[in-house]
Ligand binder design. Structure first.
Ligand SMILES: [Zn+2]
Length: 271
């Protein structure tokens, strides 16, 4: 890489860092306020997400495992229906997202919300953890929060900057190429994982407020993570827990947040 190319590259990174930093969401009552680096275009991610969701549904349908239990599907879709209006507290345009939720019959303890609001629950997590509606709302609120905050896009952007940055250190002779993989590992461990935990806290906080405002008892999040903790004690790590470590600290942090969101739950009409 020539000196000119190097300075162009550095200039590009700096301008990205200066101009691409913004928060994807409003703070809400829980007060999530962190500027994010978002370099990868959102349209590309949404397009890939929609295609991926269609493919997942098609494959599940071909295997005869899509939406097999009408009661489960009704529960999950009703909970989504009630969670959509409060998303506007964090992103006003989210009410117009193409929200959708389906249940795949599979023993996996997993659930997710793809960018743009496409949700999958596996029957395993509902049945094995005997989830209440409040607990389903806690999981769904948490996963929706990841989508509202565009956490996936943020991590992709960070990975891009990391790769460009490390390559630049090698090209400029600042770092020997043989150290690149070690440097990669250290960066991943120190930046990405720490960031992962911060994203998890944000999703917990926003998810709690969404559930409360939708009329679900936010205490469901606390009991959910206790059940998760018990499930992880058995053999084999559930899929959901490989990205969402259940810990006593997590339950304690959720407990601490309850006073902030309880008024929204208590203000809801009972039905
Ligand atoms: Zn999460």
């Amino acid at each position: 890489m020539s000196k000119t190319q190097q300075s162009v590259c550095l200039g590009l990174i700096l301008s990205c860092l200066l101009f691409a930093c913004a928060s994807t969401t409003e703070q809400g009552a829980v007060g999530v306020d962190r500027r994010q680096m978002l370099l990868v275009p959102n349209e590309q991610i949404i397009r890939a997400s929609l295609a991926g969701y269609d493919q997942t549904k098609r494959e599940a349908s071909d295997k005869g495992v899509l939406d097999k239990n009408p009661d489960q599907v009704r529960r999950v879709q009703e909970i989504l229906r009630r969670l959509i209006p409060p998303t506007t507290i964090f992103r006003s345009e989210a009410k117009d997202w193409p929200w959708e939720a389906h249940v795949i019959s599979s023993p996996e303890l997993n659930a997710y919300c793809m960018p743009g609001g496409k949700i999958i629950f596996y029957s395993g997590i509902i049945e094995k953890l005997a989830l209440t509606d409040d607990e389903i709302a806690a999981i769904m609120g948490h996963e929706i929060a990841h989508a509202l905050r565009e956490h996936g896009r943020e991590r992709m952007s960070e990975e891009l900057i990391k790769q460009i940055g490390l390559q630049l250190l090698v090209e400029t002779g600042t770092m020997d190429a043989k150290y690149m993989s070690a440097a990669n590992l250290v960066t991943t461990l120190s930046v990405t994982l720490r960031h992962g935990r911060r994203q998890e806290s944000e999703a917990d906080e926003i998810g709690l407020e969404l559930a409360a405002r939708a009329g679900y008892n936010p205490r469901g999040a606390v009991s959910l993570w206790k059940k998760m903790g018990q499930a992880s004690g058995g053999s084999g790590m559930p899929e959901f827990l490989s990205t969402h470590p259940a810990s006593d600290r997590r339950s304690a942090e959720l407990e601490e947040l309850l006073p902030k969101v309880m008024p929204f739950y208590k203000g809801q009409p009972r039905n």
